[in-house]
Design a protein around this ligand. Structure first.
Ligand code: NAD
Length: 287
């Protein structure tokens, strides 16, 4: 199976910039695309800072860091990335937006390019429905945050995804140093079907005064051996992303238990989205 040598990454947010960096440090050219110039600037700054830290910690040489940086380019228009031989969409978690982007992807990229989505919860079959006969090329390639460190890629076939697309996705995940694991196309797949209701429940525990956020996190860390507590993790993921995923679970699975906790909704409404805005459950503005 031919190795992938250039990946277009649609979206330069938390996940997109991690996917681009992981590709680049594994010898693959990454074309980072976003409609918001400030997000492209932020991604570039993140790449520079992370590579510099890797050199400082002796995880790579300066020459390797320079080579990785030179493999990443930044573009405000998808059309500029048409030569890539793989595309991963990592834009905002919204089904209509993703369907619009996938339609555009079909026009921009070649007929043999796999059209992968990093969605956390939206049905792959639904996204694929926007591209008609191209549906066999659509697949879920679900990376985890922070992408350079997290080993897992959940690989999700839609109803029409071909075996060839699946095999190529598994091969690319390995080429990027990841461990691909299959999951079926049900809302939230495995990871978020299990994780997000737990995070939502932690917000209820906070809202109902069961314990303060630090204590909820400490109890779950020490009692369940989690590396970080659920509320800290929610800030890290992005409270808006958690909210959107709960809404997908709620709509798709039709059970009230998946409805986002009022406390989570309140913080999202206030624009307290977690690490990315400097404040969420916790205040990071002084760090
Ligand atoms: P984010 O909000 O940090 O970034 C989304 C980016 O998409 C923004 O930079 C936005 O400008 C860009 N965007 C919006 N419309 C676009 C368009 N038409 N073309 C190009 N770019 C566009 O979100 P994120 O946390 O990086 O999440 C991205 C995707 O990855 C979502 O589907 C999310 O569910 C999924 N995901 C997130 C996490 C996580 O921990 N945050 C983990 C796994 C998967």
């Amino acid at each position: 199976m031919a190795e992938v040598n250039s990946i277009a990454v649609i979206g330069a947010g938390t996940m997109g910039c991690g996917i681009a960096l992981t590709a680049a440090t594994n010898g693959i050219k990454a074309l980072q695309i976003d409609v918001v110039q400030a997000q492209l600037d932020r991604a570039k700054a993140y790449h520079e800072k992370t590579l510099a830290r890797n050199v400082q910690k002796e995880r790579m040489t300066q020459a390797e860091a320079d080579e990785a940086a030179s493999r990443i380019s930044y573009h405000a228009e998808m059309g500029k990335a048409g030569g890539a031989n793989w595309v991963v969409e990592a834009a905002t978690e919204n089904a209509d937006l993703k369907k619009k982007i996938f339609k555009q992807m079909v026009d921009v990229f070649g007929n043999d390019v796999v059209l992968a989505t990093n969605t956390s919860s939206i049905s792959i079959t639904e996204i694929a429905s926007s591209v008609g006969a191209n549906a066999p090329r659509v697949i879920g390639m679900h990376f985890f945050n922070p992408v350079p460190l997290m080993k897992l890629v959940e690989v999700i076939k839609g109803l029409a995804t071909s075996d060839e697309t699946t095999q190529r996705t598994i091969a690319l995940a390995k080429q990027m140093g990841k461990t691909p694991v299959p999951a079926n196309d049900r809302a939230g797949f495995v990871s978020n079907r299990v994780l997000m209701p737990m995070i939502n429940e932690a917000f209820y525990a906070w809202m109902e005064g069961v314990a303060e956020p630090e204590h909820i996190d400490e109890i779950m860390k020490l009692g369940c051996n989690f590396p970080m507590g659920p509320l800290r993790l929610a800030d890290f993921i992005g409270l808006d992303v958690c909210h959107d995923i709960m809404m997908v679970l709620y709509r798709e699975l039709g059970d009230q238990k998946y409805f986002p906790c009022p406390k989570l909704r309140q913080l999202v409404t206030a624009g307290r989205l977690g690490d990315k805005t400097g404040r969420g459950v916790y205040d990071y503005s002084k760090k």
